[in-house]
Design a protein around this ligand. Structure first.
Ligand code: PMP
Ligand code: GLN
Length: 385
């Protein structure tokens, strides 16, 4: 195998879901909902399939979806996006992130990344020959350390890979934190690649795209996908929006990664983006209820819970129950309690020695599950007390 994928191993999500399947454990590991999104959206996909939208879509995405993305950015954030030149449809946010890095970052460039990070960031930066500059959100509050952010910039830095709401910590960057990131980006002329897949999952504070800050639209690629917001993670329809030059760079890479993305699902995601405000409000409220349900249950069990402001993941410190190492804990958890979760330590920099890994005693639990599934997981975890 090539050095581009050396050390990347198998993603933690595949490993943990396989463990759940093999052991019959309740899977609060990989983040996917156990109920599908709205029927009307599914029907829109069926209609598109039956209606013959089954050949290659345009590389940039079908017009109706690009228009829906532009409308969505205007409706929720007041951003003025040209659907013809400032949106590109991708195969999930994963491809948007990969194509953005490949299309924008030079080999040897340094990219600032908020650590712990979603695992594809490390992989794609490595494949692109870029250098990671982690800035760590530290437990227990997982806030962005602004001095460390400023200190991470070097003459070789060309981009910041941002993620808010943040996986795995659940942090939603505050106005002050976003302003600091924006200031760094403007001062050092950096591009911001902003992963906002959990944009509609904030519970206590609003989600603010960094592209809405002064001087930021022209240097920001905003990335999202239909997977989280509409509970169709298997559809893998994502997009990037931003100034035409950055979008063209994403498309430049995308055309040779996948060429185009699945055509019948694109009009369906367009219909989803146009759902009325009630859908988005109910989605958020339902997930907030589940957050509170799971967090209360995990606290009852005796874990040290960090209640997330956003995403559908809660984090806990496992030390109150006498455990030290999250990976070891998660590998034993199916046997100990019949539950699967994901350790934070795998989202930390792979070059950090284990004893220095700040994520070691933290574990992430997904609450995008039915209430009875959450209750059953909590009941089982009671055996750890
Ligand atoms: N970024 C983050 C932070 C995520 O949690 C996910 C979810 N898997 C993705 C990107 C990828 O999204 P998609 O499934 O649309 O590729
Ligand atoms: N985003 C989800 C998570 O963090 C699932 C990602 C995946 O399976 N690659 O769990």
């Amino acid at each position: 195998q090539s050095s581009r994928i050396d050390g990347l191993g198998t993603t933690i999500f595949a490993r943990m879901s396989a463990l759940a399947a093999a052991t019959g454990a309740v899977n609060l590991g990989q983040g996917f909902p156990d109920s599908d999104g709205p029927d009307v959206v599914r029907e829109a996909a069926v209609e598109a399939l039956r209606g013959g939208a089954n050949q290659y879509a345009p590389g940039v995405g079908v017009p109706v979806l690009r228009e829906a993305v532009a409308e969505h950015q205007r409706r929720w954030y007041g951003l003025d996006v040209d659907p013809d030149t400032e949106v590109v449809v991708t195969t999930g946010a994963t491809e948007a992130i990969a194509a953005a890095v490949l299309g924008i970052v030079e080999p040897g460039d340094e990219v600032i990344v908020l650590e712990p990070y979603y695992d594809s960031y490390v992989a794609v930066l490595q494949m692109a020959g870029a250098v990671r500059r982690p800035v760590t959100l530290r437990a227990p509050d997982f806030r962005l350390p602004l001095d460390e952010l400023r200190a991470a910039v070097t003459p070789r830095t060309t981009a910041i890979l941002l993620n808010t709401p943040h996986n795995p910590t659940g942090t939603v960057l505050t106005a002050d934190e976003l302003a600091a990131v924006a200031q760094v980006a403007r001062e050092h002329d950096l591009v911001v690649i902003s992963d906002e897949v959990y944009e509609h999952l904030t519970f206590d504070v609003p989600h603010v795209p960094i592209a809405t800050l002064p001087g930021m639209w022209e240097r920001t690629l905003t990335i999202s996908s239909g997977g989280k917001t509409f509970s169709f993670t298997g559809w893998k329809v994502g997009w990037a929006s931003g100034p035409a030059a950055l979008v063209a760079s994403v498309l430049g890479a995308k055309q040779f990664l996948t060429f185009t993305s699945g055509s019948p699902l694109q009009p369906a995601v367009a219909a989803a983006l146009r759902l009325d405000d009630d859908y988005f409000a109910d989605f958020r409220a339902g997930m907030r209820e589940r957050r509170d349900r799971l967090c209360a249950g995990l606290a009852d069990v005796g874990l040290g819970v960090v209640v997330p402001d956003g995403t559908y993941f809660a984090s806990t410190d496992i030390r109150p129950l006498g455990f030290e190492d999250g990976l070891d804990f998660c590998l034993r958890l199916p046997e100990l309690a019949g539950v699967v979760a994901v350790p934070h330590q795998v989202f930390h920099d792979p070059d950090t020695p284990l004893e220095d890994n700040p994520g070691r005693p933290y574990v992430r639990w997904a609450f995008c599950k039915r209430a009875d599934v959450i209750d059953e997981a909590v009941r089982r975890l009671g055996s750890l007390r």
